[in-house]
Write a protein that binds this ligand. Structure first.
Ligand code: GLC
Length: 557
């Protein structure tokens, strides 16, 4: 397989609204990002991924674009963007943008024109259907954010499709003009010098012919079998690659919604020339049984090992994936998979040790490098995310849960957890803004903040820095052959990785108790590359005692 810059690179995702507010209006902005580029560089980041920065009415915080080639005024100007790109490149980092091409905003000119008349040349940019025989929506599809996926346009008596909110009409990729519009927008940014795109819900762009009803197989399966992986998705991705991406030194990172280990190769195998890599949902959703705000399961380490293995096997030697344990759509990684109270620091470090030693491109989400945690919002008035708000409203009608329980579910699973402003210091609003932020700052910013961790050599932040620096020297972290040890152990995750001359063992304790591990290898002379504690307790050259949430990487050579 080809070893390209983006495979070994570490991606840092910025959610601009919550990153850093330079003009003090309570909303993060591009100049705020420029201010922090040295900080990002200090983490040994290679690629910055910006969540959408384009004009948008912000029904879904920028994932509803009203103009693909302009900057959202709240975030700044095109000059600010040009400077951000230049300054990123000057520091030896790359910049990728978020391409939201499955849908646009209902305030995009295309949709406004399309609505005016069924004869508009823009009508066919979207999916319009006549009502079903009872006058209701054309089929039973549900939106990802609750309710029907169809909205009636009263003027024409037709419904349009929106897999997300009703302000996010799906684009009709069957129409070659739509595809050309999207490719033109991509070229506009690539010509400026951006280095690629993260592709939002890209597996959804081709809809099944005839829009058949979905069988009642659970939302997750419906996504896989009905909404995603449509009949022409590969034709479109191939075309996009051929006409756009391959013409530049750029790469694509897809959001792999609805993709599983059986079809991932069709998207990312190198010879197919579609996508460079994708991140799947199996780890991110491993405690979510069917969909958000439904049944949740206990975190299970063996299940997680199986997921990592399954995906490793699926793409072995032929394609590539990225690994993430958090992003702007999920609750915070340390709160979900670690312990955000007693063992906050220990578990944050251990989880990152695991994530950064999985084969694949490493994705870090802003704030995880200081172990930012979930927030407890006190009332629904503090909730900002449209997905959570829709759930709360729908629940008022169905009365499935009490209001208190619905809020608790939002606090556990909601996307606002990941979107609270980055905690830069112990100053007002965590140093994010002097004005009231658009979403509450987590009150724990007094203890958990960048400034404090910067000055502490043992902080989570400096642990990330150290590990990322070492990762650059050890290709084995990224490409090594992976050998599981004690696969069925429910508390310990242990693996050996080898590549040419390099050989490491990763030992991770997921338990909040001490654990004993006996190795096959004599590790007497091994070098401790990474240790989340200040010492490593050994009884003899084969017996390792692990403290709660301790993580270690040993260099066997
Ligand atoms: C993706 C984004 C999410 C957004 C949705 C609709 O899943 O990550 O934030 O709401 O697509 O664009």
């Amino acid at each position: 397989m080809e070893l390209t810059w983006f495979k070994k690179g570490t991606i840092y995702q910025i959610y601009p609204r919550s990153f850093n507010d330079n003009d003090n209006d309570g909303i993060g902005d591009l100049r705020g990002i420029i201010e922090k580029l040295d900080y990002i560089k200090s983490l040994h980041i290679d690629i910055i991924w910006l969540s959408p920065i384009f004009s948008s009415p912000n029904d879904d915080n920028g994932y509803d674009i009203s103009d693909y080639c302009s900057i959202m005024p709240e975030f700044g100007t095109m000059n600010d963007f040009d400077e951000l790109l230049k300054e990123t490149h000057r520091r030896g980092m790359r910049l990728i943008l978020d391409l939201v091409a499955n849908h646009c905003s209902d305030e995009h000119m295309w949709f406004e024109e399309a609505k005016k008349s069924i004869h508009s040349p823009y009508r066919d940019y979207f999916h319009w259907r006549k009502p079903s025989s009872d006058g209701g929506p054309p089929n039973n599809w549900k939106s990802f954010f609750g309710g029907s996926a169809w909205e009636l346009d009263k003027a024409s008596g037709e419904y349009y499709l929106h897999l997300f909110t009703r302000k996010q009409p799906d684009l009709n990729w069957e129409n070659p003009k739509v595809r050309e519009e999207i490719y033109d927008a991509m070229r506009f940014w690539l010509d400026k010098g951006v280095d690629g795109f993260r592709m939002d819900v890209i597996p959804l762009i081709s809809k099944p012919a005839g829009y058949p009803d979905a069988q009642d197989i659970g939302f997750r399966k419906i996504i896989e079998n009905v909404y995603a992986n449509g009949p022409k998705v590969h034709e479109y991705l191939n075309e996009m690659n051929e006409k756009v991406i391959s013409r530049y030194d750029a790469f694509s990172l897809a959001e792999g919604v609805g993709i599983n280990e059986t079809n991932v190769g069709l998207y990312v195998n190198e010879d197919r020339k579609e996508l460079d890599m994708l991140y799947h949902f199996d780890i991110l959703e491993c405690t979510i049984v069917n969909g958000k705000f439904e049944e949740v399961s206990q975190f299970d380490l063996v299940q997680m090992k199986k997921i990592f293995k399954k995906w490793r096997d699926a793409i072995h030697g032929t394609g590539w994936i990225a690994n993430a344990m958090g992003n702007h759509d999920f609750a915070r990684m340390v709160s979900r998979f670690g312990d955000d109270k007693k063992y906050h620091e220990e578990s944050a470090k251990m989880l990152f040790t695991m994530l950064s030693t999985q084969n694949g491109t490493l994705n870090i989400y802003q704030g995880d490098e200081i172990g930012m945690t979930n927030i407890t919002l006190q009332s629904i008035n503090e909730v900002r995310d449209v997905q959570s708000l829709n759930f709360f409203e729908e629940n008022k009608i169905t009365k499935k849960y009490s209001e208190a329980l619905a809020l608790e579910m939002i606090n556990n699973e909601g996307r606002d957890n990941a979107r609270t402003p980055v905690q830069w210091s112990n100053e007002i609003n965590g140093g994010f803004s002097t004005n009231e932020p658009w979403l509450k700052v987590n009150p724990n910013y007094k203890n958990i903040n960048v400034e404090r961790q910067n000055n502490d050599p043992n902080s989570i932040l400096n642990f990330y820095r150290n590990l990322l620096k070492i990762r650059k020297e050890y290709d084995v972290f990224v490409y090594g052959n992976f050998e599981e040890i004690e696969f069925s152990n429910p508390n310990l995750y242990i693996y050996k990785k080898t590549l040419d001359e390099q050989s490491i063992v990763v030992i991770l304790n997921f338990n909040n108790q001490e654990e004993l591990f006996t190795t096959e290898d004599d590790i007497e002379g091994a070098k401790v590359l990474i240790n989340t504690y200040s010492n490593l307790k050994m009884e003899d050259s084969r017996k390792v005692f692990l403290k709660p949430y301790q993580g270690v990487i040993l260099d066997l050579k």
